[in-house]
Write a protein that binds this ligand. Structure first.
Ligand code: CA
Length: 365
């Protein structure tokens, strides 16, 4: 929500309470819509890209819907449709854009085919953490660019949670050098997959339901997923004993996106409730991932070996990523603009992060 809208809504709420509907002239139009919409029940159809009640991501949206109902006194109902019920998992963007559904919950990097710049909104390999990404969106221009670019598709995006740092994935064999990546078949999407390709690996995309079997049968040599909490449910430890620390998804952002025309027809009150409930969902999801990953890490089978990728590989990954970003910037002015905003925030954030957070993490041991 824009600052002006927030101020107007707050002022209206206060004046409605104090003066029983007696408003200043300039508030009249919005005051009327506020009063008309107040108490009127609104139902929104929200489709997700996850199975029903999928742990953490799906249950996060369930709680978001419940909070919208509670905070609105029952006047705002969000009806959730799990993947493939109303629309296929990866068609939620198009369906909301065409107003076939009102909203969706999904991952931003799925839509990079529409505009390569969208991949940056979803997170950057070797880049910003979840907390840093959220700061960029809210305070350093990220939201303005995201909303401008989604606006061309008649969409209005909100951050819909974040995973925190993800693990580097499960490998059947140890990776001791760059040479070990040659021809390695790995399930890894997004910019991380493009970097792996430049390093000689063969990134593949597989639906969630097929990954375990492919890994177990050796059709693929490695896979990334999320972190210990969700990875344990997939059983990867039985098929690949080497579990590598992450680099490619330090802070992946999920999205809660609305059809823009539908969003604009909502009352200021309902917009404020959705915005507040989405921020609550984002913060809860980050904390839940942190806690459940910490618990699940302790419970991994003893056969699992936690590993760090070789320095040689990470140096090559940084170089490959820089080349990919330069290529994409040359091809797309949107990508270039988003990257410039992102990098300006990285530059601003780094010195303070080094003397504050990084320092604490180092000295506390
Ligand atoms: Ca992942």
């Amino acid at each position: 929500m824009k600052r002006r809208d927030f101020i107007t809504t707050t002022a209206l709420g206060a004046s409605a309470l104090a003066f029983g509907g007696c408003h200043r002239a300039e508030d009249k139009t919005e005051a009327n819509s506020f009063n008309i919409n107040r108490g009127k029940k609104v139902t929104l159809k929200l489709a997700t890209s996850w199975p029903a009640h999928f742990p953490i991501m799906g249950t996060g949206v369930d709680t978001f819907a419940k909070r919208c109902s509670e905070l609105s006194g029952g006047t705002l109902e969000i009806k959730i449709f799990a993947k493939n019920i109303l629309v296929p998992a990866l068609q939620v963007f198009d369906a909301a854009s065409a107003a076939q559904i009102d909203a969706f919950h999904s991952g931003v990097y799925y839509w990079k085919g529409k505009n390569s710049a969208f991949s940056i909104f979803g997170g950057m390999p070797l880049g910003l953490t979840s907390e840093e990404m959220i700061t960029w969106f809210k305070f350093a221009g990220g939201y303005d660019l995201w909303r401008e670019m989604y606006g061309k598709y008649n969409l209005y995006p909100l951050i819909g949670g974040t995973t925190g740092p993800q693990m580097g994935g499960w490998f059947k064999k140890e990776i001791n050098s760059l040479a070990d990546l040659k021809g390695l078949k790995m399930r890894i999407p997004g910019l991380g997959g493009e970097v792996m390709k430049k390093l000689g690996a063969n990134p593949v995309l597989l639906p969630a339901g097929e990954i375990y079997t492919a890994l177990e049968r050796g059709t693929i040599d490695a896979t990334e997923w999320v972190g210990p909490a969700l990875d344990s449910m997939m059983g990867f430890a039985k098929a690949a004993p080497y579990y590598y620390e992450g680099w490619h998804e330090p802070g992946s952002i999920l999205e809660l996106t609305f059809n823009k025309a539908r969003w604009e027809r909502l009352s200021s009150e309902h917009q404020a409730i959705i915005t507040a409930a989405s921020e609550e969902m984002t913060s809860n999801m980050l904390q839940e991932f942190r806690y459940k990953n910490a618990v699940a890490l302790q419970k991994l089978p003893k056969t699992v070996q936690i590993k760090t990728f070789p320095d040689e590989m990470m140096r090559a990954a940084k170089k490959a990523l820089a080349e990919i970003l330069a290529d994409e910037s040359a091809k797309s002015s949107d990508f270039k603009r988003v990257l410039e905003s992102y990098e300006a925030f990285v530059k601003l954030n780094q010195p303070w992060d080094d003397i504050a957070r990084k320092h604490i993490l180092e000295i506390r041991g």
